[in-house]
Design a protein around this ligand. Sequence first.
Ligand SMILES: C[S@@+](CC[C@H](N)C(=O)[O-])C[C@H]1O[C@@H](n2cnc3c(N)ncnc32)[C@H](O)[C@@H]1O
Length: 262
Amino acid sequence: MYEELLPHTLPTEAERLDRMAHAHDPDTYSTIERLNLPANANCLDIGTGRGSVAIWLAETFPAANVTASDLDLTSVRENTLPNLTLKKIDLRRDDLGTGVYDFVHCRAVLCFLPSRIEVLSGIFRSLKPGGVFIATEMDFSRIASGPDRFWAAFWTAYLEFAASQGWDLGFGGTLPRVLARTGFTETDARHIQPILNHSGNTAGSAEAETWSLTLATLAPQLIGQGFMSETLLTEALSIIRNPEAWTAGPGFMVVSARRPSA
Ligand SMILES: C[S@@+](CC[C@H](N)C(=O)[O-])C[C@H]1O[C@@H](n2cnc3c(N)ncnc32)[C@H](O)[C@@H]1O
């Protein structure tokens, strides 16, 4: 389970989640800005992590009500925003309600949940008619097929490890048609493929550091459970941490969709 492998109690977890947020927040914010949310929108961020998106929403839409939720809220950054509420929600068990939200957001959460299709139905139900959902989920499809044989072999081994945990890191690639099947309309999707370069204060560097920390944390399982050799992992980490390399990292699908108004 996700929380056993990457618990918020790890000494490096806050840093890992901050790096991930630094890499993806600008793209998430511009996707949200295109949707013209009502000023007083009722918003829910699920699997909020450090809460960067929820905090940005509460600051950007002062008349909105924003709920930041996660199964473990201990990593959410301290703030005094009057329109931000924290709520413990385990998406595997808890009901999100019916017709409650104008906007639901999630990023890098559904792919880790074996019950992701049921969770999507719950998100659909939780939206008001006309409400909007934005998800950013991993889409490894391109990286596992190349272009470099070593790189494809490494990420294929990582995908096999992920599958053994019930994670579907190709889920982002299926999201547009899964959303259509769930009843969403106006689905808009973009595949983004960050380029990893471990230098400076860039999004690509933050993405490289996120993967560096993730792989270092998961090394005992990746190697101990026989998914890859120590040599393979060390070589991959040396590419990810190389300030002179610009290497395509795993991709993401960014999707926005709407619950029909009628
Ligand atoms: C990879 S982090 C992403 C954090 C944040 N969405 C971001 O992109 O910066 C995944 C988050 O999902 C949360 N999570 C994992 N399983 C969950 C579950 N069953 N219910 C609610 N949250 C969950 C984790 O606690 C973690 O904060």
